[in-house]
Each structure stands twice: as C-alpha cells, then as structure tokens.
Design a protein around this ligand. Structure first.
Ligand SMILES: [Zn+2]
Length: 779
C-alpha cells in the first residue's frame, strides 16, 4: 500500500475504480423530502483513498494554525466553535456598550463544499506554499473522480465530478478552509468594510467552515461591499451565496436606516433571534439564557422520554446521560458563557434523578455518583461543576499570551485594565467597568467565590501583576521589565524571589540597569511590603494558577479543570465507612483501590459491573433497611427467618447461604488452584490478597462474580442459588467473553484460561452432583 501511494506522486494515477465514491443522501430534518436540496450528500469513499486522505489531513493540520487567520475557527487545531460564538456575543455586548452601529450577517453558502473550483483550489494551495509532492497526492485524489448515487438501496450510473471537496473525506474541510482564506483576506483588507473596534483589532468576520458571520458597521457602505467581494470571489472560486437564506440580525442600527436597507437587500431579516452554529444570537445579552438554555431543558426531557421506552440497565441510564445529554449541555455552556440561575441547575438535576432512578426513590446520593469510578462513583456529570469549569476555562483564556482568540480582544475592549490582570488584582483595584461587564463580571463573581472555597488561589497571589496594576501607580519601567521577564507582563512571581536591590543583577545581553531602574525596583518592593499578607507572595503556585501562568489555552481544558474541581471532594464515600464498621476491619486505600478496580474492570461482560457496584455501594434493600424506612415491616431474614436481616447477614452470614459460599470456594480452588479465605471481605469486596492484575484475568474472579450475581437474582424468594444455576451463570460469562476473544483474535489464550473449568463441567463427578441436586430439590 505504501508503494502504491508513493507511486501516485510520480505520475502513476489511481485506478479509476479507486476514486469512485458512493454518494448517500441524508434527509435534512424538517425539510420537504420531495426537494433535491433537502438532502445532504455524503461521499462514501474507498478505504485506501480514505487512508491517504487521513494521512494528508494529519500532515496538513499541524500547519493550518500558521496558514489560516484566527478568523476561521472550524477544523483548525486549537480552535473551537466557541471562539466564533463568544466573539459574536462579545461583538453584541461591545456594540451595546460603545454605541457602535452593528449588524450581524450570517451567510448561507449554497453547497459550499461541492462548488469549490479546482483550478482555484490548487492555485491557492500553491500560493500558500504547499510542496509539489503533497500537491501531487491531493491532485491524484481529485483527478477524474467518479461517483454513483445510492437511493433506496439502488445505485445510479457513475458520473464524472469536476469540482467540490467531498463531504465525507477527512481532507475536505481543511482544503475548504484553505480555499476560503483568500476571500476572508479580501474582506479584511477592504476598507469599505469597516468592522467592530476591539481593544487592538478590527473584527469583520468569523467563519466555521462555510458558516460565515459578518460584523458590519456603517452598513450602507459595508453591506454592498461584502456582496461585491462575494461576487468577485465567487467567479474565481465557485462559491455562491443564497441571499434569501442568508440572515441578518440588527443589533444596534437605528430603525429608520434598517428599514431602508431591508427594502434594498433581500436577506432574511430576523426580528429577535438568529441561529448561528447551533445557538441563538440576540440583539442584547439578556435574552441569551432564555432562548438557549430553557429550550435545552425541554429537549433533554423529550430525549430522555425516548430513552425511557428502551430497556436500560441502571448503569445504562447513567451512560445515556453521559454520552447523550452531557455533550449538548457542554456545547451550550462553552458557546454561550452567560450567568445561569440556580433554578436551572435544580430543574436539570431533577430531570437527571428522575431518569437515572427510573422514577423510583434514589438509593445513592448524587454526590457519590458524581465521583470518578476510581473514587467510588460512576462519573455522572455534575452540571454545576461543568458550568464553573467552562467559566474558569475562560479565565485561563484571559491569561493567554498567544493573542489568537478574537473574542478576547472584543471582551477586553473598553475595560481600563487588560483581561489577564483581572483575576489577580486586589479587590479594590478592579475598575467598575470590569465588574459591570455582562460577561467578564459574571466570570469574575464566580471566581471570587470559587478561588477560596476550592483552593484555586489565595489573595494576594504570586500572579499579582505589576504592569497594568492600577493600585501600583508608579508602574514598571520597560527597561527594568526586560531584565526580569519575557514579554511586557511583569508579575510578582518574577520579582518576589529577589529580596533586595543588591540581589538584582543585569542580564548580560541587555544594556545594564540604570539608577532609575533600580529605584523602580525599590518602589515595587515597597508596594509588595505594603500588601496585607505579603508573605504569601513567595508561595508555590496552586495547580490552577500554574495553568494560568502558562500563557496558553489549556488543552483538554474542560476535563482537566473538571478533575481539578472534583479532587476537592476528598472525603471517602459513606459506604466505605459502613463496610469497615460492619466488618470490623480497617481497609487501606490500596485495598479500596483494588476493590474499585475489580468492580469496574472485572470482566468484559458488563452487566456484572453493575452487580458488583451495587454490592459495593450497598444498593440492595435488606429486611433490616426496609424496617428502618417503614418501621412496620419484619426485620428478620427472608431466608432463614431467624436472624436479623442485615446487609452482611443477607449476603454472607445467613446459615442457609453459608454452605453455598463454602462450596463456591471449594470449586474455585479445584478449578483454579486459588484458595480464597472464607471471609465476607474476600467474597463481597473482592479482597483476595491475589495480585490484582492476574486476578482480574483469572477464571476464579468470573466464578465469584457469577456466584454473587445469583444472590441478587434470588433476592426476595427464600431460596439459595443452586449448583445448576451457578454453572449456567458462569456459562453466560464464558460465552460473552468467548465472543469478545473471537473478535479480538485471542481465542487460543481464551481457551487456555478456561481449560480447567471446561474440564470441570464435563467431569462425571460434577454430573453426579447435579443429579443429586435434582433429586434433593423440592418440585
Ligand atoms: Zn438468614
């Protein structure tokens, strides 16, 4: 394959069949199915072509941030949809605050990916500096490709394709982004299209693939200019915008002027809201919550009703929440960073509880389920923490020195201090304009609450700025700053470790420090000594402060910060303490780790994870527990009717159950040579003293899991599981793992592992035992 793909660069084209794609059409929701344009065409390509496309995409991707202006946020490493939406929301906010006349124009490019003309595409790629080898590969992928359309299972005749990047090819969005760059550059350079003024930049347009959003001021001039640029670019590149499907949202253009424009330009003029990248944009920030978040609750409710109709295990329900609900909510939290009221979290929580417990009474606290699996929970998403995390992630972005995110420039416009200083300034030094800013103020209020309660920082912090700090009026001389820091930001961190003026040394590569520089340094120290609790300035940075001090956007920011906030909850869950009291044992952290590990990773037959977790968290209602709830029911054991039906009795000590456990232990020894101590912690908490890694793979563990599972199945009746039932329960695990082994090509190892069990179940002694059991069991 390597030689085939390499040969492509040296004039050996692909075989025509290689390049033939099957186009499948997906109906767009809510559109008229009798219209051609109501379908989204996806090209299903041959695997070898896709492999090459993926390789090329991976190679190209790393250069895209340098080739493509930050205006484009889609499919570029390090950029996200939220960079576009936060910019739009900030543009609205800035227009409201500064009185600039702003109009948002969201254009609909008709089948943008399919229309890109190849000569233009290749000329753009050459101009951007892509090498001949790389271009040869791209060209080979685009030389005379054919396609057939599949409708209702029938394939059309094949036809030639002569333009467009294929939807379904991993290279396609990257090529599209590159082909769009000349157009966006033309918009940026066009002085007839003035944009929104930020702190340092002018903001004209943001793009996520073919979803373009223009920030237009001076609209009588800029609107025709944008259309003109579209037209001349369209002739070269093939892009065409659909005027009637393109939308305009008037943010702050006076009504009279807007009405005149409305008559001239046949766009769809939105009254109060406009859809962009899946969220609603509005002319003021007040409606953002109501329009975006409230409908989300309804969507989640409807979605969960559909899931409710399916037979789901309890853990399945948790998984649905994690995989189905969380991504929607997270997207919205990130793209629309507004303040959320407590009532929203309350409604969300109640939907979650209702669904996870299938409308029944919850058996475990939410705080337990929120924990990670390693800490005794099920990693159920905690919305409030996610909200805090998305806000804190913005704070990390404020500290970024990269200057790649347009929204930061808009968010920081007309604040008298730079955003990066805000979290670390003394309370009194923060200007009112910052506190009353609708987005910044909200993030800051949350930060003020969380920084102490979650030990994210302390005041004052070593990250306290010396440059741009209103409470340090002398400021920092640039000549001094250069000796102490890279860049133009000077923090206490970079000064605090130099105790005296004498200890301050000049850098060799710079002109030596002057008298004034040294005087300035003294001023700094005087300022620091005037701060209350100034001794804290030399402490080590907290983990969160470290993230902020990097000056970079955090990779995997959401999950990193989520675990940081979660790690604050270090109290072990309640059930652990109850086990220790009842067993009269001290169980070490390492042992709990083993228990939790084997609970969640014991076998690939996942339903046993659920039973294991339920046993561990004392999920099951025993007679004693019921009695404690009701005060009237009988607290004695359902089985023997003699002893108190406590958790340990029902699971272990019951006189009718003891022979079962002894016998399970004996078979385990016979089959696996592992002899387990006859004790509840061995059988119920899986604390066997065996090395965890090998016990995880052993048949002994499977035999144990099957035996435990059967007791939960025999919960209410007064019976004890039989040998026959146990064997068929083990057989179920065997068959599930057998299928997995076949899929993963590890069948020989699988049979080797189970050899002695197979020998055991086919032995005559077992058959005799089973016959005996049959005669003893009452009909
Ligand atoms: Zn009993």
């Amino acid at each position: 394959m390597v030689s085939t793909l390499n040969a492509v660069t040296t004039e050996t084209p692909f075989h025509p069949h290689t390049l033939c794609a099957t186009i499948t059409v997906l109906p767009k929701p809510g559109k008229d199915p009798s219209e051609c344009s109501s379908y989204r065409p996806i090209s299903l390509l041959n695997s070898d072509v896709k492999i090459l496309a993926r390789i090329l995409a991976d190679r190209l991707k790393q250069f895209l941030p340098g080739l493509i202006h930050p205006d484009q946020v889609g499919f570029i490493p390090g950029r996200e949809a939220r960079d576009g939406t936060q910019r739009a929301i900030n543009a609205v906010s800035a227009a409201r605050r500064s009185g600039q006349h702003l109009l948002l124009l969201s254009t609909d490019a008709e089948k943008a990916f399919d229309r890109v003309l190849w000569p233009f595409l290749f000329q753009t790629l050459r101009t951007l500096g892509l090498g001949p080898g790389f271009l040869a590969w791209v060209q080979a992928l685009y030389t005379l490709p054919k396609a057939r359309i599949k409708v209702n299972g029938a394939l059309s005749a094949s036809f030639q394709i002569s333009n467009g990047t294929r939807q379904g090819c991993p290279l396609s969005p990257l090529l599209f982004a590159l082909s769009l760059e000349p157009f966006l550059e033309a918009v940026r350079r066009n002085t007839a299209i003035p944009g929104m003024k930020g702190a340092y930049l002018e903001h004209k347009v943001t793009a996520y693939a073919d979803d373009l959003l223009f920030f237009l001021t001076d609209v009588r001039q800029s609107l025709p200019a944008v259309l003109g640029t579209f037209e001349s670019y369209g002739k070269l590149a093939g892009l065409k915008i659909n005027m009637t499907k393109s939308e305009i949202l008037n943010v702050s253009v006076p009504d009279g002027e807007a009405a005149r424009l409305r008559d001239t330009f046949p766009f769809h003029w939105c009254d109060i809201q406009m859809r962009y990248l899946g969220i609603w944009l509005t002319p003021t920030l007040q409606e953002l919550f109501a329009l975006n978040f409230l409908p989300l609750l309804g969507t989640i409710r409807d979605d969960l009703i559909l899931w409710n109709n399916k037979l789901l295990s309890w853990m399945g329900r948790v998984a649905v929440f994690k995989m189905n609900v969380l991504p929607h909510v997270l997207y919205l939290l990130q793209t629309v960073p507004v303040a959320l009221p407590g009532s929203f979290f309350k409604s969300f929580r109640s939907e979650m509880i209702k669904f996870v417990w299938a409308g029944r009474r919850p058996r475990l606290r939410l705080s337990v389920l929120y924990r990670t699996k390693e800490a005794g929970g099920l990693a159920l998403p905690d919305l409030l923490t996610y909200y805090r995390v998305t806000q804190l992630n913005r704070l990390v972005d404020w500290s970024s020195t990269e200057g790649r995110r347009g929204w930061l420039d808009l968010e920081g416009a007309d604040l008298t201090v730079p955003l990066w200083t805000v979290p670390w300034l003394p309370h009194r030094a923060i200007p009112t304009a910052v506190r009353t800013h609708p987005l910044v103020g909200n993030t800051l209020r949350l930060w003020d609450r969380l920084k102490f309660s979650h030990a994210l920082s302390s005041s004052p912090s070593p990250l306290l700025p010396l440059t741009s700090n209103p409470s340090f009026s002398p400021g920092v001389r640039p000549t001094l700053c250069r000796h102490l820091a890279e860049g133009s930001r000077l923090l206490v961190l970079q000064v605090a470790h130099i105790p005296t003026q004498e200890a301050l040394t000049s850098r060799n590569d710079l002109p030596p420090l002057s008298f004034m520089d040294r005087f300035n340094f003294q001023q700094i120290h005087h300022y620091l000594s005037s701060l209350p609790e100034g001794h804290k300035l030399t402490r080590a940075l907290s983990p969160f402060e470290r993230f902020c001090s990097l000056g970079l956007a955090l990779s995997h920011g959401i999950s990193t910060l989520y675990s940081l906030l979660q790690s604050r909850d270090s109290e072990p869950p309640l059930f652990m303490g109850i086990w220790e009291t009842e067993l009269n044992l001290t169980i070490s952290d390492k042992e709990w780790k083993t228990t939790l590990f084997l609970t969640h990773h014991g076998t690939r037959a996942v339903r046993y994870h659920e039973t294991s977790y339920k046993i561990l968290t004392r999920w099951y209602y025993t007679p004693l527990r019921r009695f404690q709830f009701t005060g009237t029911s009988d607290p004695t054991c359902w089985r023997c009717g003699k002893a108190l039906g406590s958790y340990l009795h029902i699971w272990w000590y019951c006189s009718l159950l003891q022979p079962y456990w002894s016998w399970v232990g004996e078979v385990i020894t016979e089959v696996t040579d592992i002899s387990l101590e006859h004790a509840p912690q061995t059988f119920l908490l899986l604390l066997t003293g065996q090395p965890t890694a090998s016990f995880k793979k052993s048949v002994a563990l499977r035999l144990l899991l099957a035996a435990r599972h059967l007791i939960s199945r025999h919960w209410r009746p007064q019976s004890v599981p039989s040998l026959r039932e146990w064997i068929s329960q083990v057989d179920e695990i065997f068959r599930i793992e057998e299928r997995i082994a076949a899929r993963e090509d590890s069948t020989p190892e699988f049979y080797q592992n189970w050899y002695y069990w197979l020998e055991f179940v086919s032995s005559t002694s077992l058959r005799r035992q089973l016959e005996l059991e049959l005669t003893q069991t009452p009909p």
